[in-house]
Design a protein around this ligand. Structure first.
Ligand SMILES: *Cc1c(COP(=O)(O)O)cnc(C)c1O
Length: 400
């Protein structure tokens, strides 16, 4: 942790001659000039030895790519206009008609929506596996499976899977694995080094990250990253990225670069507050279940602890509650409306705490056995004082 925290601040950026300042410059371009026709024909952008066109990167985006790859323990990085664009780019690059893709049943909703929509239309078959049963994943891998999505913890319900075992299963089957690493943010665990055993490390093939969340930290930037360790896989993704014309704005890149040095500190604070509030919610009779990987009894807690350890700064600032079944959905809506500091809004990772009620029934293949029946509400903790947030929850509960 301390190493990452330092690494986010001390990075190999080389400032222009005679202008040694901490923040990289903002280089914006569509056009880049070449001195000669020969240079135009020979300049290479794929390995970053040169600049050819703004869509393929500028010195500013190269710095962010470098730092994100280092943070996540990968080697190469691509920037895309959102976290969802990172998911879509991976899918479009690696899947074709006749292929199968496996997605955890608790995955980020739009990942499943893409699979049910365009991917199905294009003859690609999605299957949803139980994130808490590695054998269910193993059973569903067929000769047609080309990609397995992983997510830890799962969106909304926050089950923590046995990630090292899932990766071993993918490796044994020779299938590419892609992790949605937005929750871990490169800080909670190392996606490219999940199990020490075995030569060459045991990690995922691809880690995507919604930079929109913790790396941006402001609730004002949309961006995503795709980090890899294998140069051939990177080039395959990069060519798709280029053909799709995906670019990011350099002012946004700069906003992320400015926020990265404080990310480890912010992440730990979000984590600390979320755990404190989740523990408090456990004492309240209104909730039958509180979901947070660091809570003993929460689904997948042991897997979280084995991979991340228990210390603060090893979990995102997210937790969910399931209200006792005696409360109607309308009462739970009234509770959410009554919150003052927690704002109703999607996304997370910024300074302001957010809340979203979810209709779980429509989101899963069936109601999971490990989840109580009742209305689910997900909280993301911002950077406000934990006591104030707790008081806000307490006053809103009286609206029930
Ligand atoms: C927010 C999020 C995304 C998508 O990020 P956007 O930038 O909003 O498109 C993907 N995965 C997870 C787990 C997320 O929370």
């Amino acid at each position: 942790m301390s190493e990452k925290r330092t690494g986010l601040i001390h990075h190999p950026y080389v400032p222009p001659e005679g202008f040694a300042a901490p923040q990289p410059g903002v280089f914006k371009a569509s056009t880049v000039f070449f001195p000669t026709v020969a240079a135009m024909r020979s300049r290479e952008w794929k390995d970053k030895t040169g600049y050819t066109y703004g869509l393929h990167g500028t010195p500013t985006s190269y710095v962010l790519e470098e730092r994100l790859a280092t943070l996540e323990g990968g080697v190469q990085c691509l920037l895309v206009p959102s976290g969802l664009a990172a998911i879509a780019t991976v899918a479009l690059s690696l899947l074709k008609s006749g292929d199968e893709v496996l997605i955890p049943d608790n995955a980020y909703g739009p990942n499943k929506a893409l699979a049910q929509g365009e991917l199905k239309d294009w003859g690609i078959t999605p299957q949803y596996y139980d994130p808490l049963d590695p054998q269910d994943l193993a059973r569903r891998i067929s000769p047609k499976t080309r990609l397995v999505w992983l997510e830890a913890a799962g969106s909304v319900t926050l089950e923590f899977p046995d990630l090292p075992e899932q990766v071993r299963i993918c490796r044994r089957a020779g299938v590419l694995s892609a992790l949605d690493n937005t929750w871990g943010a490169g800080l909670a665990f190392n996606a490219f080094d999940l199990a020490q055993e075995g030569a060459g490390g045991q990690g995922v093939d691809i880690s995507i990250h919604a930079l929109t969340k913790y790396p941006s930290g402001g609730g004002d930037v949309l961006m995503g990253s795709i980090v890899t360790r294998d140069p051939q896989l990177h080039i395959r993704l990069k060519l798709t990225h280029m053909r799709l014309g995906l670019g990011v704005g350099m002012n946004d890149v700069e906003a992320v670069l400015r926020a990265l040095p404080s990310m480890a500190l912010r992440y730990r604070e979000h984590d600390r507050t979320a755990r404190a509030l989740a523990r408090w919610c456990q004492t309240r009779p209104e909730f039958t279940q509180v979901l947070h990987p660091a809570l003993p009894g929460s689904p997948g807690h042991a897997h979280w602890q084995a991979l991340c350890g228990a210390e603060e700064g090893r979990a995102a600032g997210l937790f969910s509650v399931i209200f006792d079944a005696r409360y109607s959905a309308a009462q739970v809506d009234a509770f959410c409306d009554a919150l003052r500091l927690f704002k109703l809004g999607y996304s997370w990772g910024g300074p302001i705490s957010l809340v979203v009620p979810y209709e779980l029934a429509g989101m899963r293949q069936g109601w999971p056995a490990h989840l109580a029946r009742g209305t689910l509400v997900r909280f993301s903790t911002g950077l406000e004082a934990a006591e104030d947030l707790q008081a806000d929850l307490a006053q809103a509960l009286t609206a029930l």
